[in-house]
Design a binder for this molecule. Structure first.
Ligand code: 6GU
Length: 241
């Protein structure tokens, strides 16, 4: 998978060199490049923003550097899926992560200030699939942290990136629910015990216990998820809870 990230703060994306994402890049599974938007400015101040049309607080990213950036990074017939970060975007979810993991080429445009001139989005949308995306209902200074989150969620779904594919299997098994709590040794720690069922060796019982915990946790922390659950994914024993 090819990923391009365009930002005015390339250093903010340094964590993409680390850990599992860094290893996926080393393994050649991921061709990830971070670009400084100021490369496509021509004035001495490398300015990327201007006052909002119509007035108001803050600054808006001007279209010229973005236009030239797209011209250079997307020169041919092949088109990326363009993701423009914005608190006004579509909510990023695990379902969208799966959708994006199937794309051969993703390009992220990190919005800063009060956002990017909307004509950049409209212009790009005539040439490629464009999605404005948000990672939640709160406001960040810019899209860089959102891109870190999205790239991590997407790339771990790319075949070969995650060492143990079984952990992905476990997740889809629990689709739409929060995970059951996890424990490791020792069996007792500071007066707190590992639930005995997890030490019983009975895999059927363990699965059933985890399923119940997942349902209880979801009911307590995220009742909205339970309401959106496909009723077909609940069995008779789930319904008795
Ligand atoms: Cl994608 N960008 C900004 N600036 N703030 C956000 C966001 C994105 N998602 C949630 N808040």
């Amino acid at each position: 998978m090819k990923i391009d990230v365009v930002t005015v703060f390339p250093e903010y994306l340094a964590p993409l060199d680390l850990s599992l994402i860094g290893r996926a890049r080393d393994k050649g599974l991921l061709d990830l490049n971070v670009h400084d938007l100021r490369r496509w400015t021509h004035d001495v101040h490398h300015s990327v923003d201007g006052a909002p049309a119509g007035g108001g607080a803050g600054m808006v990213m001007k279209p010229q550097p973005w236009g030239e950036c797209l011209d250079e990074l997307v020169p041919g017939e092949e088109r990326p899926r363009l993701l423009v970060t914005s608190p006004a975007g579509r909510p990023f979810t695990q379902a969208m992560a799966h959708e994006l993991a199937a794309e051969p080429w993703l390009m992220f445009a990190c919005g800063r200030y009060e956002g990017i001139d909307q004509r950049v989005v409209d212009y790009a949308a005539d040439r490629m699939e464009v999605t404005e995306v948000s990672i939640g209902d709160y406001v960040l200074f810019g899209g860089e942290v959102a891109v870190l989150a999205i790239v991590e969620a997407v790339t771990r779904l790319v075949p070969g990136v995650l060492g143990n594919a079984a952990s992905l299997d476990d997740e889809s098994h629990n689709a739409g629910l929060l995970e059951a709590p996890a424990y490791t040794r020792p069996a007792e720690w500071r007066g707190h015990e590992v639930p005995p069922v997890l030490l019983s060796g009975d895999h059927g019982k363990v699965d059933r216990w985890r399923r119940e915990q997942a349902l209880l946790r979801t009911a307590r922390a995220r009742p909205d998820l339970l309401e959106r659950l496909d009723p077909g994914s609940l069995d008779e024993r789930d319904r008795l809870l």
